[in-house]
Design a protein around this ligand. Structure first.
Ligand code: IVH
Length: 550
């Protein structure tokens, strides 16, 4: 996308308003006349049995009130059963099941015809190939393909480490993954499906949408658990607001609430417009974008020595938190977006993902100075290098404290050894105080010394030691991931753990043995063998085993 969703929605509304005021000037090819998107040519086209419509948007409470009033009037009643669900920010998919078997999967495309992505859909574990329980003769099951926030973060880390471009957000990552021409690539991506509606159906006989959701769950689909039945404006709005307030607590991005008329006979009476049905409405949450001044760009040293430009921003409130720094990923990204120091920039925060700089605000440029990658590491002074064809610069130092801190932080992180309490601040103090020089030192920490650290205290020290103790028995895959080997992300670590069963066998493995595994490429095999061949790393693992890790 070249503009933000919020900007798109605003422009779309303006266009709708203009077309209403001047209907004669509305063109036939107007975006308001089509459900959105275009089918591309690389995949076979697939025409949906029933069109995949869009949803009308509401940004204010009063628009929900108007929607309900219209429904009451059309149904000639003063109440109507409604269902409120989270609006998942993913990629729409249409799955055709005949006698309970998946026969076709397609993207939405222009609403009538999408792309046949059957082979890719079959790689998604949450897409049942056969429906459990009694299923209709024919049904188009529709839902959203998403990537969870946590999986998205690991996916981007893996890509960054492999020198590949990162995805802007989970939705783009899901869309890109679904539209791979090679299903094997799709299979490696952490996609999952949530079902929210259906199209054509024969022999289904649902009287209510809520019945369909329950039915879909029975067939083996994942259905969002918070679908709620309500009736009047007050409870409907209350539920929308509750979803908005809790949006960060969801593991997937949600960008609104969908209000749907529950009864199928009511839906039939309300009917549809060209683009969207009259029986549903999307209540969009406030965007979490803001604009602010880019004060400076600093080079920050990460784990594995990757040097990333980090934006220092004039503090600005964004979705309830004050943001003063944001990631700029890599120099190519900076250049592509033509971001200069001093610019007015748009920043975005999606869930608990680190804030990102989307780009300069058009027509408001003030900055002239461009960021230059330093020739020497800003922390340890070693040479900075960039490998052929890679997007990332690296510090070549072997004992750079910045790298050590990031390596330790990674080791202790939730997806790795999950040592609760060992976060960035504590790691910094432990390294700066010389208490930790490597992973094994973590397992030698003592309560007295810890309690003496600033902002620590006896209780926190004891809690930390208990968390460290628990981490001794993490599964092998987490341990492999925690080691921080280049190109070995969560998924690869699982493959390695399954293939070798213990660390001794893994570290004795040859490059050929690694290459023979499904999902292990030459870069990873080379990185892993050189990691285990390095005497410093051999010592590190010996020390960890000696420290009692099982
Ligand atoms: S119902 C007639 N329910 O939002 C529309 N859609 O902007 C039937 N979406 O194309 C769709 N979460 O891909 C429905 N809980 C939900 C949804 C949802 C996300 C997507 C869907 C749709 C788009 C409309």
């Amino acid at each position: 996308p070249t503009i933000s969703d919020a900007d798109y929605d605003r422009l779309f509304r303006e266009l709708e308003k203009l077309e209403r005021a001047h209907p004669r000037l509305a063109s036939q090819g107007s975006p308001t006349a089509r459900p959105g998107g275009e089918a591309l040519d690389a995949f076979e086209r697939s025409t949906h049995l029933a069109p995949m419509l869009s949803l009308a948007n509401a940004f204010e409470n009063v628009e929900v009130e108007e929607f309900l009033k219209r429904a009451y009037k059309a149904l000639d009643r003063r109440e109507v059963d409604l269902v409120v669900e989270p609006k998942l920010d993913g990629v729409a998919i249409n799955l055709v099941y005949e006698s309970g078997r998946l026969v076709r999967a397609a993207t939405r495309g222009d609403g009538n015809t999408g792309e046949d992505i059957s082979e890719n859909a079959r790689t998604i574990a949450t897409v049942p190939l056969e429906l459990r329980a009694k299923s209709p003769k024919l049904i188009e099951v529709r839902g959203e393909v998403v990537i969870s926030k946590q999986d998205f973060a690991s996916l981007n880390t893996e890509r960054e480490e492999a020198g590949q471009s990162v995805f802007a957000n989970p939705r783009n990552a899901a869309a890109g993954s679904l539209r791979q021409l090679d299903p094997q690539i799709t299979a490696t991506r952490p996609l999952s499906l949530y079902v929210h509606s259906f199209g054509a159906a024969e022999g289904a006989g649902f009287e209510r949408h809520s019945e369909f959701l329950a039915g879909a769950a029975g067939w083996g689909f994942k259905v969002f658990p918070t679908a709620r039945r309500c009736g009047d404006l007050e409870t409907t709005l209350a539920h929308c607001h509750r979803l908005a307030a809790g949006r960060d607590s969801f593991d997937v991005d949600i960008d609104g609430a969908v209000i749907k008329v529950d009864r199928m006979d009511d839906r039939a009476r309300l009917g549809e417009l060209a683009r969207s049905p009259r029986w549903a409405l999307a209540y969009k949450f406030k965007p979490r974008q803001a604009t602010t001044r880019l004060l400076d760009i600093k080079a920050s040293v990460g784990r594995l020595g990757t040097i990333t430009p980090v934006a220092e921003l004039e503090p600005v409130e964004l979705g309830g938190v004050t943001v003063s720094s944001a990631s700029l990923h890599n120099i190519d990204e900076l250049e592509r977006k033509d971001i200069r120091i001093g610019d007015q920039v748009t920043i975005e925060r999606a869930g608990d993902v680190i804030p990102q700089v989307i780009g300069p605000v058009k027509g408001k440029r003030r900055g002239k100075r461009r960021f230059k990658m330093p020739a020497k590491c800003p922390v340890c002074g070693s040479k900075v290098s960039r490998e052929e064809g890679q997007a990332t610069h690296r510090c070549t130092g072997r004992s750079c404290p910045a790298q050590l801190k990031e390596t330790l932080r990674h080791f202790a992180s939730k997806t790795a050894m999950d040592i609760d309490g060992l976060g960035q601040k504590l790691v910094t103090s432990l390294v700066d105080e010389g208490m930790v020089r490597g992973f094994a030192d973590i397992y030698r920490l003592e309560a007295d010394a810890l309690a003496g650290l600033e902002r620590m205290g006896r209780r926190s020290a004891d809690n930390l030691l208990a968390a460290i103790e628990q981490s001794r028995s993490r599964p092998l895959s987490r341990f492999i991931f925690a080691l921080g080997i280049r190109h070995v992300g969560v998924t690869t670590a699982r493959v390695l753990a399954r293939a070798f069963g213990d660390i001794e066998r893994l570290r004795a493995a040859s490059e050929e043995e690694l290459l023979a595994l499904d999902g292990c490429g030459p870069e990873m095999a080379a990185a892993a063998t050189s990691f285990f061949a390095d005497p410093a790393n051999r010592k590190l693992i010996d020390e960890l085993l000696a420290a009692g890790l099982s």
